[in-house]
Design a protein around this ligand. Structure first.
Ligand code: XMP
Length: 513
């Protein structure tokens, strides 16, 4: 989307790049992350008020180190380099970087040599978060040192005439105690941003933009019932009313009664034009005997596209396809934007528009899930939709490990219902990012009454997370876990053992497949 005032964050692959975006938006200024090799082009189309060069895992001297065109240093737009970004600025202005200097991770005591502009209002001694290998050993031409630490004599630099700044530490990380103040100084003090960006202004701008883009054409939207597509549908409906046509497909791997609930909410409550398609037989036939997770994803993705394409045939006059794609979907998918590695191929992005010859509308492409929830709240959508845990596109297919069949799916649906019900009753649901049960293709021995049983094992997973990129296992109280386990084993036939997953992401992932 084109925002009048925005900050461009150039991604060089740092694990903290998203945090920079988060902080800037928390400061009330819209920003977007673009990969180093595309950023300058984006900036040429829509000039940002400032540019932040992110950190990155490379050394500036690596042969394949990511670089940005030198033009970025000549645009006159204020620039802040963080870690690797600082080193790029330094090299451009004839500074020197020493890859041999000792590495530094963790907290460091920063001492300011200048308390104006970037460090305005920041304490002279302040704790910052360091995570770097290379350090600056020669001050770039026409720059001055504005802060140092014991290990990094050139820890922050500036050239106020060029409005270019660089810091070796990570102001975006929470352990940099006054980091937010420093980013605020850059955004408001140096870039002279006006601010005022919030969910309400986002909605207003999006509606304007959607109307302008769409004109009097028709838009179709795949409505899964998850938070992202639900908020997207409501936003679009607000923008273009009945020009929107939603399609909900039951792919056979949804949770219990899910499709019925989606239809009820969106058709009956919101009066959004919605076509319901039950394609569960087709999906399940194709998934039979498939055990490889990526193959399951591919089959579901391809079948979804096929069914959607067929069902959308009656709306051939539609020119646009709307999707609730989020920023993490974009970077975790094969269409990733920056240099971060692909872990699992999410099928949400790509495929459909090319095949259907539709143009894409993705109003949340640059947002994080919590921001989409805020947009939904501002649109006064009900809590039970907004606070729902994320549910992956491939649904229960990646939670019935190994082979999938109707019986196993039905068993998992019953288990899932009990699990979520107890978590809600215990008041834990909203503290958890995502909770779900996994059916393991493992049978074990148990005893019920006087009889030996030999039945399936359920693994319960619950994680806390900010954005699904990293996660920790949720500390659900033992008595709640006990109730859940008792109820599952007593109420769901075919299960005689329940275990709780205590791994975090990384190194595990949230889903088991
Ligand atoms: P992982 O398992 O990669 O999951 O830690 C991170 C988040 O993404 C969801 N997920 C998916 N979502 N299609 C989706 O739409 C997928 O193929 C997919 N795989 C994982 C997962 O539920 C979690 O919220």
């Amino acid at each position: 989307m084109q925002h009048a005032e925005w900050i461009c964050i150039v991604d060089f692959g740092s694990q903290y790049t998203q945090l920079i975006a988060r902080r800037i938006r928390e400061l009330g200024v819209y920003c977007e992350i673009h990969p180093f090799h595309l950023a300058l082009n984006v900036m040429r189309r829509n000039t940002p008020v400032g540019v932040i060069l992110s950190g990155g895992p490379s050394s500036v001297y690596d042969e394949d180190a990511p670089r940005i065109e030198a033009d970025v240093f000549e645009t006159g737009i204020p620039l802040l380099g963080i870690c690797y970004g600082l080193q790029l600025i330094a090299l451009h202005h004839q500074g020197a970087v020493d890859p041999a200097a000792h590495r530094e991770y963790g907290k460091a005591e920063l001492r300011l040599d200048n308390q104006t502009d970037l460090f305005n209002g920041v304490s002279q001694d302040t704790v910052v978060w360091m995570s770097h290998g290379d350090t600056l050993t020669r001050i770039p031409t026409d720059f001055e040192v504005i802060a140092h630490t014991t290990n990094a004599p050139i820890c922050a630099i500036r050239n106020p005439d060029l409005r270019q700044y660089g810091v070796q530490f990570h102001p975006e990380v929470i352990h940099s105690v006054e980091g937010k103040k420093i980013l605020s100084n850059f955004v408001y003090g140096v870039c002279k941003a006006q601010g005022g960006w919030n969910p309400a202004s986002f909605i207003e701008q999006s509606i304007d933009e959607i109307r302008k883009t769409v004109g009097d054409e028709r838009v179709i939207c795949a409505l899964s019932g998850g938070v992202d597509s639900a908020v997207a549908a409501v936003l679009l409906y607000k923008a273009i009313g009945d020009q929107l046509q939603c399609i909900h497909i039951d792919n056979g791997v949804m949770r219990k009664d899910e499709s019925a609930k989606v239809v009820k909410t969106f058709r009956d409550q919101y009066h959004i034009p919605l076509k319901f398609v039950d394609a569960s037989d087709l999906f399940l036939d194709r998934l039979a005997k498939i055990t490889d997770p990526e193959e399951k994803r591919k089959i579901i993705g391809a079948t979804f596209i096929e069914v959607f394409d067929k069902e959308a045939a009656e709306f051939r006059d539609a020119a646009y396809l709307a999707q609730g794609t989020l920023y993490p979907d974009v970077i975790e998918s094969v269409h990733f934007k920056g240099p971060s590695a692909t872990i699992k191929s999410h099928h949400n992005v790509g495929g459909l528009p090319e095949r259907m010859n539709l143009k894409l509308i993705e109003p949340f492409r640059e947002l994080f899930k919590d921001e989409v929830r805020n947009v939904g709240r501002t649109l006064e959508m009900p809590k039970h939709i907004l606070e729902r845990h994320p549910f992956p596109g491939p649904g229960l297919a990646i939670r019935v490990l190994g082979e999938i069949d109707r019986q196993r799916l039905s068993l998992l649906r019953d288990v899932d219902e009990v699990y979520i019900d107890e978590i809600r009753k215990a008041g834990e649901y909203d503290n958890i990012w995502q909770a779900f049960a996994v059916l393991l293709p493992v049978k074990s021995v148990g005893v019920m009454g006087d009889a030996r049983t030999y039945e399936f094992t359920i693994a319960l997973r619950a994680v806390t997370s900010i954005d699904g990129m990293t996660a920790d296992w949720a500390r659900i109280p033992y008595d709640v876990l006990e109730r859940i386990s008792n109820r599952i084993i007593n109420e769901v036939r075919g299960v005689n053992r329940v275990v709780y997953d205590i791994s975090s992401k990384p190194p595990s992932t949230i889903e088991w497949e």
